[in-house]
Design a binder for this molecule. Structure first.
Ligand SMILES: [Zn+2]
Length: 256
């Protein structure tokens, strides 16, 4: 199976749409659809035609271009069944039991509730790719709008358990502010310090800091490091449950 071609398109103020293109079949899927004109321009630059939209969750900055893109390309829209009534143009409802295939590449759905209750991630196991929407970000995680911290913690734990060499694409470019918070929590983390030098260099050059990998997040993302003795000591939570440490980190980030 030839490799997929992948491009990441900055949309709106800090969203990403990711296009995955299969040269073997000519199919192209968008992971989320924030802005129709921006996505259409990227497709036409590459001479690609949009065949699928894979929706991670119902928020408008991820679904706002669904109807315009569907009208223009006739693409099929997939999305989480529990948010079906809130996702414009949805054709195929999916859940963790769905057996999805895009251009011959199997896709697993992982339920990742917390940011929204129906939020899902798409994982292509053979390609070692994960699209985590607004659940896992580089050096951070999504805000908990519809769930409770324990729910979000379980969702992040599922993503953290993916093979460590999985490449991860996320819904937003939040890495710089996430990283500043991460450094405030774990200033002695050498891998984090090194990573932030690179993040600052990339952002100063106007370049994306994504994709990331599960390995990089396990080493530097405080929300996946709730078992770190240094983080627990800093929070005074040496004997707390992991999800409680997570909840405290998320509360502190909300105030940062
Ligand atoms: Zn969102």
């Amino acid at each position: 199976m030839p490799a997929l071609e992948i491009i990441q398109i900055p949309c709106l103020s800090d969203n990403y749409c990711v296009l995955i293109h299969a040269p073997a079949t000519g199919e192209t899927a968008a992971i989320d659809a924030p802005a129709a004109d921006t996505i259409k321009a990227a497709l036409s630059r590459n001479n690609w035609r949009l065949t699928h939209i894979l929706t991670t969750h119902h928020h408008n900055d991820h679904t706002g271009a669904n109807m315009a893109l569907k009208a223009y390309y006739g693409c099929q829209i997939w999305g989480p069944e529990t948010e079906a009534d809130r996702i414009p143009g949805l054709d195929v409802t999916v859940n963790e039991q769905s057996k999805l295939v895009f251009a011959g590449h199997p896709i697993n759905v992982i339920a990742t509730p917390g940011h929204t209750l129906g939020h899902i991630a798409y994982v292509l196991p053979d390609d070692k790719l994960a699209f985590t929407g607004d659940t896992l970000f580089a050096l951070g995680c999504g805000r908990i709008f519809e769930g409770v911290p324990e729910t979000m913690w379980r969702s992040l734990s599922k993503l953290a358990a993916l093979p460590s060499d999985t490449t991860v694409y996320c819904g937003h470019e939040y890495t710089l502010s996430n990283g500043r918070f991460a450094l405030s929590i774990e200033p002695e983390n050498e891998a984090l310090k090194m990573r932030m030098i690179e993040v600052e260099r990339l952002r100063a050059a106007g370049l994306p800091t994504l994709p990331t990998t599960i390995a990089a997040e396990l080493a530097t993302n405080p929300f996946l490091r709730t078992n770190s003795p240094a983080i627990r000591a800093r929070l005074g939570m040496e004997s707390a449950e992991d999800w409680q440490v997570f909840a405290q980190l998320r509360a502190l980030k909300n105030k940062a």
